[in-house]
Design a protein around this ligand. Sequence first.
Ligand code: BV8
Length: 256
Amino acid sequence: MDIDSILKELDVSEIKIVSVVGAGISKASGMPTFRGEDGMWNNYRATDLATPFAFQRDPKIVWEWYRARMRILLEAKPNPAHEALTNLEKEGLSIGIITQNVDGLHEIAESKNIIEIHGRIRYARCNSCDYIERWDSEEKSLKDRELPYCPNCKNQIIRPDVVWFGEQLASQRWNKAVEWTLNANIMLVIGTSGVVAPVSSLPDFAKQNNTKIFEFNIEETPITSISDHSIFGPCEKTLPTFTRKIIEFSRGLKNG
Ligand code: BV8
């Protein structure tokens, strides 16, 4: 894959990149993916843990799962793939990152334009009042508190501030994600199995919009067939190389 010649094919006067990101970008940071080898869904079914019904039926097991993920997350740091996206933004080439991840690692990597479209594991909220709290401090997530009731309205168990299966995405986040997608001329699809709707439809919108799609994954996905280029390999290695080249290319465009 000769990235330089691919970039030369790009008939663009300026570069506007939108990134659609999944759990694969955080694998190198120690966060388990959902599907594929050693994916965390392999031991659980999404319907057992990440749905409002599951939480209603057994809030304790759902909280145990989130606490287990938080314990890993407290040790996790952004990796070169997160940093590569921050570098694109610093260069003025990135419209933004649409991330399905709830781990907050893009923000820690100092990216600014981020849509956490499936929410944020580091926060918990109440379903019946507007109470929200951060719970990723050492004592909160690790201390196996009894089920955390809302300290404000007292009548609900607070829940992770994420979007579960069967829950609508916040329309403001979704509309912004579609707007970013339609304003971009390059889409990077990074570390996602491309099976979760409606985010999985964003590459289709990009395709219809004649946007160049670059996929970064370790294996084929449903996105591969509509990608202009699929760059196979661990994105913590392939993405920094790509972003360095596209930054050079963009500087060349500017210098004429
Ligand atoms: C919605 C937050 C309208 C929680 C997540 C039947 C009944 C009910 C609903 C549905 C249904 N059929 C379809 C639906 C819609 C459903 C859906 O799409 N289901 C799928 C499973 C079929 N979607 C929804 O419910 C959404 N809401 O549609 O509202 C509605 C309302 C009611 C009824 C119907 C519709 C809400 C979806 C949000 C779910 N929440 N997370 C939490 O995280 O705790 S989804 C969860 O999966 C994460 O966000 C995760 O990010 C996301 C997607 O997974 P990926 O990120 O792609 O991760 P995955 O492990 O799958 O893949 C990792 C990839 O990385 C792999 O390709 C691997 O090869 C690659 N990789 C690994 N290592 C590397 C790498 N790549 C590069 N480098 C590496 N080193």
